[in-house]
Design a protein around this ligand. Structure first.
Ligand code: C2O
Ligand code: CU
Ligand code: CU
Length: 478
């Protein structure tokens, strides 16, 4: 394991690396889940957040005696947490000590486009830049940050660059769940070679999105958490391409109800109960864990068949976390918060996702498109207007799932339906704020959104291999 490869992995299709680790038991399990180290605010002004993030390679021993070179912020192999408050002015300096250009993207936050770390404004190796933005008054929620350079986002994230952001309400009394203790679960995906080095993408990773041997929670493999009372859980899917179909199970394998209280952009209007909660790449959820009697539970990511291409086996179910839960009665408020539905749309934007597969030299080659085009940084694909309600209608005509993300803030999902209406009736979404939504093959999703700043925004699939292979478009906001 020397320095990480400096080239992007795009187009490097090949068969799975025979030296890849097969055994899943080489990482210790059952350790207490580490907490996410807090990025300390250097400012003494309570309305200002000031800090530095240095991105650099470092050594970390996932496997005893076989150190892995990861890429990390501020020398922390455990993802960092940035805690902000609504209305704060934020000033974060990026220092790039990577062997390639990088950026900091504030996924889901309504920051001006030129401060949002898009590929147009990459910071070269040894370069630095300060990102400055002011948070609006109402944006409490669960966000994250990650690099967004042209063509190498997937590589930088799988080498370890990503962190959590929580925006807290200015008035703690306005947070219906503010009294509950919180647990943070930041899920990443690790793929190692037998020598402990981070594995390159193979051909399946390039087509379907990368999947590693280890789903990590706060950097640990299948850790355990002990909760003394009802707890608010924020969970981030920061993997390149994993669909986390969450289920809570007791020791007999019986499913326990999951109570979802929030989405990407904060609390739901009302709590929802479900057997499973799907968290696709880049999505976040808030859950509330409580139990009338003391319980030992496991949080699993169930098998999710996502219409993958090629000869891929469906991903097996994986345990994420062991939970020891003390008895705790909890009555959630009827209403968690009010979400004002956006008014009638003044414009409709039509998006179609598609892919083609070709064979060249005995290798499958997949190409991914938005409205039949691959990403071109210099081309404008959609035009939006500041302050206007727009309706985005997205059709997935490809054979795979694609979690679609748009920059600029949160949208309100309206409904999902089959493009071929004979397949079934539309379903309405409960009112919630989101910035990423998964589309299954053949689905149409409709959301409403207002862009608040002029400039160029991006719309893309958040399977990072698809994004870097061109499944991305520019939205010019005028
Ligand atoms: Cu999380 Cu354009 O990204
Ligand atoms: Cu984003
Ligand atoms: Cu995709």
């Amino acid at each position: 394991h020397g320095m990480p490869s400096m080239q992007g992995m795009k187009g490097m299709g090949g068969m799975a690396d025979p030296s890849a680790l097969a055994a899943l038991d080489v990482l210790p399990t059952g350790l207490a889940v580490p907490s996410l180290p807090l990025l300390i605010n250097q400012s003494t002004d309570v309305n200002h957040f000031k800090a530095t993030l240095t991105a650099a390679p470092m050594q970390h021993a996932f496997i005893a005696g076989k150190p892995t070179t990861v890429w990390a912020y501020n020398g922390s192999p455990t993802p960092l947490l940035i805690e902000l408050i609504e209305g704060m002015s934020v000033e974060i300096e990026l220092i790039n000590q990577l062997p390639q250009e990088t950026t900091l993207h504030w996924h889901g936050l309504p920051v001006p486009p030129e401060e949002d770390g898009g590929p147009q404004e990459a910071v070269p190796p040894q370069g630095r830049r300060t990102y400055r933005f002011v948070l609006p008054e109402a944006c409490a929620g669960t966000y994250w940050f990650h690099p967004h350079p042209h063509g190498t986002t997937h590589e930088q994230v799988f080498r370890g660059l990503a962190g959590a952001i929580i925006v807290r309400p200015k008035l703690t009394s306005s947070d219906a769940l503010g009294v509950l203790p919180e647990t943070h679960l930041f899920v990443t995906d690790l793929k190692l070679n037998a020598d402990g080095s981070i594995a390159d993408n193979d051909m399946n990773d390039e087509m379907n999105g990368r999947e590693g041997q280890f789903l990590l929670v706060n950097g640990a493999y299948q850790p355990a958490v002990s909760l003394a009372q009802a707890t608010r859980v924020r969970l981030w899917n920061a993997t390149n391409a994993r669909f986390l179909n969450l289920q809570l199970q007791d020791m007999t394998g019986q499913a326990a109800k999951l109570v979802q209280v929030g989405t990407d952009g904060g609390l739901l209007a009302q709590a929802q109960q479900a057997q499973t909660v799907l968290v696709s790449p880049a999505e976040r959820v808030e859950l509330c864990l409580s139990s009338k009697e003391a319980a030992t539970l496991n949080l699993h990511a169930l098998t999710y068949s996502q219409g993958k291409m090629g000869m891929v086996q469906p991903t097996p179910a994986r345990k994420l976390l062991a939970v020891q839960l003390a008895a705790s009665a909890l009555v959630l408020p009827q209403r968690l918060r009010d979400i004002m539905p956006l008014g009638a749309a003044v414009r409709q934007q039509r998006v179609r996702l598609s892919e083609t597969m070709s064979m060249a030299g005995g290798m499958h080659n997949m190409s991914f498109y938005i409205n039949d085009k691959q990403f071109d940084m210099s081309r404008i694909d959609f035009t939006s207007k500041v302050g206007e309600v727009e309706e985005w209608v997205i059709d997935n005509t490809s054979d795979m799932d694609h979690p679609v993300h748009i920059h600029g803030g949160q949208f309100q999902l309206q409904r999902r339906e089959w493009i071929d209406a004979s397949r079934g009736a539309p379903t309405q979404y409960a009112l919630s704020l989101k910035d990423t939504v998964n589309l299954r093959s053949g689905e149409r999703v409709v959301f409403k959104m207002i862009q608040r700043h002029q400039g160029v925004r991006m719309l893309h699939c958040h399977i990072l291999e698809h994004e870097d292979a061109g499944m991305m478009a520019n939205v010019s906001v005028v």
